[in-house]
Unconditional design. Structure first.
Length: 186
């Protein structure tokens, strides 16, 4: 409020104020404004301290979560292959048992090898390691197959003629492509 308006209001209320009264009124207003500003400052400082505390807690919580996640990833890397290794132990046991037989006949050796191969295949399947063995005539897929050569054949071009070596995949990811010969264009 301007001084002239203030003086007008004061004059209407009871006449003009003396300079001392004006100064005292102004000092009272200043003290009141200062007290209000100090109260607002104290409230803002308290809010700032509370927000700083919340920030530090959130930061510590995020750091703890990051550390726990890193520990879990390290454990997963270290022990992730544990179930796969456990499923291969019977295969190793079978091989050792077969080698321990000194006077095995060729038929016994073949029978033991076939049984061990079945154990190995079952262990691979349990761990989602699947064979890639395309039948003759199937379309060549560069994501699953590796063409070793193109040969003339009585089938459609760019189809598998024969499999030289099976491939393997794990969880839809190719570990090793199947080595195949492919029908050449006519």
């Amino acid at each position: 409020m301007s001084d002239s308006k203030e003086n007008q209001q004061q004059a209407m209320a009871g006449g003009p104020m003396s300079p001392e009264e004006l100064e005292a009124a102004q000092a009272a207003n200043d003290v009141e404004a200062l007290a209000q500003a100090q109260a607002e400052l104290a409230a803002l400082k308290a809010k700032s301290a509370d927000l700083a505390d919340q920030f530090l807690r959130a930061k510590a919580e995020a750091e703890n979560a990051r550390r726990r996640a890193e520990e879990e990833v390290a454990k997963a890397r270290k022990f992730g292959i544990e179930s796969f290794a456990e499923s291969l132990l019977p295969v190793a046991d079978s091989l050792e048992a077969g080698l321990a037989i000194k006077d095995a006949t060729p038929e016994q050796i073949r029978e033991g090898a076939e049984a061990t191969l079945r154990q190995l295949s079952a262990a691979l399947e349990r761990n989602k390691v699947l064979a890639i063995n395309p039948p003759a005539g199937s379309k060549f897929d560069p994501h699953l197959h590796q063409a070793i050569s193109m040969v003339p054949a009585d089938q459609e071009a760019n189809t598998v003629v024969s499999v030289l070596q099976k491939g393997y995949s794990i969880a839809d990811r190719t570990l090793r492509p199947a080595l195949v010969t492919v029908a050449a264009p006519k």
